[in-house]
Write a protein that binds this ligand. Sequence first.
Ligand SMILES: [Zn+2]
Length: 563
Amino acid sequence: MQVRNRNRGMPAVAAGLLVAGLLSGIAVDTATASGDGRPSAVEARHPDRPTRVVQIVLDQLRPEFIDAFDMKNVKRLMRGGAAYPNAYLGHMASETVISHNVMTSGMLPKHMGWSDEWYPDDRNLLTPEDDRFVTGSMGFAQFDTLIEDKGYPKLADYLHAKFPGTTVAAIGEKNYAVHTMGGPGADMRITFGSRNADCDDVPNQPDDLTWRGPAGDGVPAYIASPTCGRFYVDADRTLLDYGTLETSPAWMYPVEGNRDVPGFDKAHQGGDVWVTDVAFEVMDNEDWSGLLLTYGGIDKAGHMWGGLNDRPPYPGGDPHVHMAELARIADEQVGRLVQKLKDDGVLDETLIVLTTDHGQQTSKHFFGTDGVGRGNLNWYYGSDADETYLSPQPEIQRLIDETGNVEMSMQDSAIRTWLVDPSWKAKLRAARVMSTLGAVRATYVLKGNRYHLVWNAHRSRWSASEWKWWRKHGQEIVNTAAAEYGPDVIGLLRDNASYGVAGDHGGAQEKVQRIPIIFSGPGVHRGARPRDDMRSVDIMPTVLRALGIPETHWTDGRAYRLP
Ligand SMILES: [Zn+2]
């Protein structure tokens, strides 16, 4: 253990033992703050201001999952800190590749450089041609270019300014989540690389390279080496599908080895266990001030099976790749992290933030095509330099045929379409066609820095809760995507409708927008339940305020004072 205790200036091991002694016999979460207003022994000894941040994203953690799947460690974190029951995401697209940058920049998609799963590079920032990009396939250098073009600092930059020489690391299974959560200022962005190794004696076809190792930006040698070491996992698409390739609806987005799930090889566990194990190595080897951890297990289960409906008896697929088990594993990682902070003697100087990048809903009204590997073909329509998705579901085919003007489109719990001819007349025409597609309840077209409502379904076609939420938040949420790179036309769908897979997100529905936001740490009132409508974009300004770091650039967010 090589942890330096910045607050105290005493040797790490001695300080760790001292704190461990103080905390022994009481629950982990009581190390934060006493609830009766009197300073506890821990508080008296240490300042109220955290000097480290651990930001945990459990991808697709719809708030209801916490109780439904009995996530004990998340609940303990909530009891020991402040949870915001009225929190919501507050932007579109409600996607992984968007939100991970929003929450660590305080910028809305319209100001951050990209706002959706497609990015039209009309300003030629990435290549000299007017290329289109699937953002989820972009590398860290491309994201960094878009961030630096806008010129805003991110959490990693602020942590470095306040605590010079410390390490900020972003870690997770999904490369685009890690690259955007960390940003150009992160010292390390550690994720899985492509299948480029053969670490077993299982013969595979057509080649033997089914293993993924650590990759990213600034990956330290103690993680990267040796080849086929602990951080390599078998990501065999066909031998490790856990029954998902032959089971509807999971086969649309099947498990492809041990990237998103731990698997049964104890020496090479992947999924959320891998993320925590990497984080522990970083904690043991670095003087860190920020750990930005994003966990993808729950997201995988939610997309494959639908979410809250994923209960035994299962339609197929190994129980280890269903929601109950993947939620249990994700929750276990939260417990491991808190325990590690305690063991290292730094829990009382760490602000823990737990949130997600979007909620989700079960696709009861489904407009995708159900079949093996259909996920990406349902989600994406269009092509870029190295990817082609030109086999849309019938409803999107109708949009293409009746407008003759679709360049690319993304559809999950909302439809977003970019047009070949983006004239005002053509946009209105495309919106009129989109209004006739299945489950569409409102259509908007891009008009400068906002979206213009073209049409909405009659009040009688909305449920009371759908109507109330849309009237309050619909316009606000679509406007957050309004930039020159935003979609020309947006169609918002009714609740529980999707064009993508069995459980989905992307749109403005309340179930997709509701997210947990939990803070725990020194100075945070135990058990607080503030009524504020905190959004994802408010997280970074709020973290900076808690750490006493002045903002040096405007943000779209609001800095709340933690209770
Ligand atoms: Zn996500």
